[in-house]
Design a protein around this ligand. Structure first.
Ligand SMILES: Nc1nc(=O)c2c([nH]1)NC[C@@H]1CN(c3ccc(C(=O)N[C@@H](CCC(=O)O)C(=O)O)cc3)C=[N+]21
Length: 290
């Protein structure tokens, strides 16, 4: 049986550092604040929100949930975003994605202030990620995957990594981050001819496709490391991943569970990004006053 690798020790370590940073900011009279923008009430958004609110409380970040109606118009959505951009008390903005179909992400993403964009929605931050420029914000979930691999000493240099899923929030950015660490990523998506075959080649398998328990034992090479990014509800309304955990756990050398895996680390990265945004904005303000 493979080792179950939990997110908690990784999240705890990051949380500790972030908490100290928040205390320092508060000593200077600055309270870091995160605005969470949710349209409707999708279960995976709500799971993230619950986790994020708990994490904010642990580290001392002030959260503000902006809940918008499912049928909000694009213009009104953009107005809400601009309000948060202009609010000096707000340092970080997280917009849950994907947005409902009638809201055009390819237009809206230009409207978030890049310096508050803690989850890499803005093309400015996408570009910085592409270039490996760490002055921006990479998306929290892919960074969480990297932190888990680092914490559990998984060798990345030269490793064959298969990523199942090509979304802008997870699949594509995690492949870029892996490439920056000299791994050899392969990205599978809906039109990939044989995802099981590509997956069987992988030393590290990252599942981020949003299909409950898609990854079975025949997707996994002996002793591979399996990272499950999926957050789905199964037919019984229970939280489950993209990996069929019970089916795969014997074959993998290391495997993350859902819940208690990647998700818990994601929220700690989010908190770290809010502090980074807060520091950048307050330093900029201080410079302007000199
Ligand atoms: N722009 C954007 N970026 C995302 O990264 C993103 C998103 N939108 N939309 C929703 C999905 C879902 N997601 C989760 C992250 C953490 C937990 C999390 O903290 N999970 C806890 C359990 C939380 C609970 O159920 O109470 C755990 O796995 O242990 C869950 C879900 C990020 N997503």
């Amino acid at each position: 049986m493979g080792e179950v690798i939990y997110g908690k020790p990784v999240a705890d370590k990051i949380t500790e550092t972030v908490k100290k940073d928040v205390e320092e900011l508060k000593n200077r009279g600055i309270v870091p604040k995160l605005a969470i923008v949710r349209v409707g009430a999708k279960p995976d958004d709500l799971a993230y929100e619950r986790g994020a609110l708990k994490r904010c409380e642990k580290v001392g970040i002030e959260p503000q949930v902006v809940e918008l109606p499912e049928d909000i118009s694009q213009d009104d959505f953009i107005k809400e975003l601009h309000k948060l951009n202009d609010d000096e008390m707000v340092h970080g903005i997280l917009v849950f994605r994907p947005l409902p179909k009638h809201l055009d992400e390819s237009v809206i993403k230009y409207e978030i202030a890049p310096e508050k964009d803690v989850d890499c929605f803005s093309p400015v931050n996408e570009g910085k990620l592409y270039e490996g420029d760490d002055s921006g914000f990479s998306p929290c979930t892919p960074v969480a995957v990297m932190e888990i691999l680092k914490h559990y000493d998984v060798k990345l240099k030269g490793a064959d990594v298969t990523v199942i899923g090509a979304s802008n929030v997870v699949g594509k950015p995690v492949a870029l981050l892996l490439l920056n660490e000299a791994a050899t990523p392969t990205i599978c998506h809906i039109d990939t001819k044989d995802t099981a075959k590509a997956s069987r080649n992988a030393d590290i398998l990252v599942a981020a496709c949003g299909v409950p328990r898609l990854v079975k034992e025949n997707f996994v090479k002996d002793s591979a490391v399996v990272i499950d990014v999926g957050i789905n509800l199964d037919e019984n309304g229970k939280l489950c991943g993209d990996v069929d955990f019970d089916n795969v756990k014997e074959k993998a050398s290391k495997i993350t569970p859902v819940p208690k895996g990647v998700g818990s680390v994601t929220t700690s990265i989010l908190a770290r990004h809010v502090v980074k945004a807060c520091k950048m904005q307050t330093e900029k303000l201080a410079e302007a006053l000199v």
